[in-house]
Design a protein. Structure first.
Length: 104
């Protein structure tokens, strides 16, 4: 169903499809990170920020600047772990669906 101009398309369940994409991508990266055998120094940061992204998605109204901040922290924390690159890319794509934060 398409709402009036300026509003986003929603699914039959009423959830914004961008939120659905974000939740799916975050869930995948969380699973892959949990199953990754290697420990690395910033793993805890990645796990915390993925939990924050998941919490924002559950509310259905994520704040774009906060989404982008979490994405940067996650990328910095696991960016060198090539086994997680595909799942990380999916999270970036999902965050990008929300557009750019407003300019100040």
């Amino acid at each position: 169903m398409l709402r009036s101009v300026g509003q986003k398309r929603v699914t039959g369940s009423g959830e914004d499809p961008r939120v659905t994409e974000l939740r799916t991508a975050v869930s995948r990266l969380r699973r892959e990170l949990a199953g990754h055998p290697a420990e690395f120094p910033d793993r805890g940061i990645a796990e915390d920020e993925l939990a924050a992204l998941d919490a924002m998605a559950v509310t259905g109204v994520p704040e774009i600047p906060r989404l982008r901040r979490s994405l940067l922290l996650i990328a910095g924390a696991i960016g060198s772990v090539s086994a997680l690159a595909s799942a990380l890319r999916d999270v970036r794509i999902a965050v990008d669906l929300f557009g750019e934060p407003p300019r100040r």
